[in-house]
Design a protein around this ligand. Structure first.
Ligand code: BG6
Length: 501
């Protein structure tokens, strides 16, 4: 999130996994959008690390096709040509160290010709098993040394599969380079509404005074998805909803909503506050974790006209799998601001609609004044920050129904991004890639935050593993709320999930 629009330094953008889905679907369309907004460096080249025998022309053709398929706006051929004119394919395989030496030499030559000054951004758009082998080769060949030029490494999620593996990955990467060179990406931080949480909280005088346990009853974070697991059976069955979504995406939302105000709007201050609040999430015992969570798996169903087959029939999913496609948790944050305020988080696949929202429920006003009136209840005061189905903010409050008697009803005040701002549709990766090129890591996760996130979910992972599937619930694909037991998680506290709007 730059303070001014400037072109980044000259650099080479080196993508590992250049022929993969992520590169075609998101990275190249984002680079195109940056090019269309004049936000790529003047001296720039894209290097795709491809399989043996793939020529630069073949790679370029494949990326071009990808751009036309996944572009978020009409493609201006002149801009696309400029971008693709600087694509080079290089082969490198971490199991063949000589290929990395050769790659280093090719990059040296390429950057002399392109005058990129030796700045290199390595983007790991690969399966996680390749993160470390590639990084080790980059380290061995000296490509991560910053001698006058910068060297940065973008690491996609998942960053580890539990606390121990995340710690090990951090430790191994930090032996090869400095923390400031590592950009652990979470695409949720590329979303406008997510970035806006800080502005909403800290650029307005009216919210912060009530943003605490004295006024907030509880907070719900919902990330519902319509899609089933589809073709990702092998990855998903080994991962599950909790690992896939919670320590990363949902905790990004949670930390922005709950962090203390940073002293400055800079990476060091913002990331420290985010890490601090994640570290304050109470680490539960396994027994508590089981009591405070619900996991579910979808059975066959239908969403609109689409039939969704039973999760267990998904290709590459074990027929007796206990992997959850839905997870709901209750957490607490052990600090002065949030003591006693429950946080309910839920995420699931194959639900009626795609919905991503943070709902902040304020405490009820005293009812006393309305005791001798026809009013029998006050509706709930919610502030809802949502990115799906629409990006915006909504406030729900009580108002008098017109008429001679006192009657009260809940109404909504809605702000939608698209009503006020005419932003070009984006992939969500533009800001993140641009920030990486200008060296601003405010939107990227630091090692301590990643570990704090895993630390908080580890008891749930352990509890579910040890329960061996006994607690696994099911829900019908296309249902609006996931398993019934997820409702009980709140009703036992006298609360309920916010209904679909
Ligand atoms: C990814 C998960 O990180 O996020 C996917 O691996 C999930 O399973 C996706 O579908 C959700 O992202 P978004 O932006 O569509 O909410």
């Amino acid at each position: 999130m730059a303070n001014e629009r400037k072109r980044p330094d000259p650099c080479s953008f080196i993508i590992f996994g250049a022929t993969g889905d992520l590169t075609h679907r998101l990275v190249i369309p984002a680079l195109y959008n940056l090019a269309a907004s004049d936000l790529l460096p003047e001296k720039f080249c894209v290097v795709g690390i491809a399989r043996k025998g793939m020529s630069s022309n073949q790679l370029t053709e494949s990326l071009k096709k990808g751009l036309h398929k996944f572009a978020t706006r009409p493609v201006d051929e002149a801009v696309a040509e400029r971008l693709f004119s600087c694509v080079t394919a290089i082969e490198a395989d971490p199991s063949d160290p000589a290929s990395f030496d050769a790659m280093n030499e090719r990059l040296d030559k390429l950057e002399k010709a392109r005058e990129t000054g030796g700045n290199r951004l390595f983007y790991l758009a690969t399966p996680p098993s390749a993160f470390l082998p590639i990084s080790r080769e980059l380290g061995r060949t000296g490509m991560l040394k910053e001698n006058g030029a910068w060297r940065r490494l973008v690491v996609e999620k998942p960053f580890g599969t539990d606390l121990a593996s995340a710690r090990a990955l951090n430790a191994a990467l930090l032996k090869l380079m400095d923390e400031h060179q590592i950009y652990r990406i979470d695409h949720y931080l590329g979303k406008e509404t997510v970035q806006n949480i800080l502005v909403l909280r800290f650029a307005n005088g009216m919210f912060e005074p009530i943003w605490n346990r004295n006024h907030i009853d509880h907070i719900q974070i919902t990330v519902d998805e319509k899609l089933g697991v589809g073709h990702r059976g092998s990855f998903y069955d080994a991962t599950g909803a909790l690992r896939d979504m919670v320590p990363n995406h949902l905790f990004q939302l949670l930390s922005l909503v709950t962090m203390e105000p940073p002293a400055r709007f800079d990476a060091q201050a913002v990331r420290s506050e985010k890490a601090e609040v994640l570290q304050a999430i109470q680490v539960q015992s396994e027994q508590d974790a089981l009591y405070n969570s619900v996991r579910g798996q979808y059975r066959a169903g239908r969403i609109g006209d689409t039939e969704i087959e039973d999760y267990l029939k998904t290709p590459d999913v074990k027929p007796d799998s206990t992997t959850e496609t839905y997870a709901a948790l209750k957490l607490t944050i052990d600090n002065w601001r949030w003591a006693g305020v429950p946080f309910y988080l839920r995420t699931g696949k194959a639900l009626t609609i795609k919905r991503t929202e943070i709902a902040i429920k304020f405490k009820q006003a005293p009812f006393a004044m309305f005791r001798n009136t026809p009013v029998d209840r006050l509706s709930q005061n919610y502030l809802v920050i949502s990115t799906e189905p629409t990006e915006g903010i909504e406030l729900q409050f009580n108002t008098k129904v017109p008429g001679p008697t006192i009657n009260i009803d809940g109404v909504e005040m809605k702000f939608r991004y698209k009503d006020y701002f005419k932003a070009e549709p984006s992939t969500g990766y533009e800001t993140l890639i641009y920030d990486c090129m200008i060296g601003d890591n405010i939107l990227f996760q630091r090692a301590d935050s990643v570990e704090a996130g895993w630390q908080a979910v580890q008891p749930f992972l352990d509890a579910w593993k040890n329960a061996g599937g006994r607690d696994l619930q099911s829900y019908k694909a296309g249902s609006s709320e996931g398993p019934e037991a997820a409702n009980a998680l709140l009703t036992r506290d006298g609360r309920s999930w916010r209904k679909l709007g």
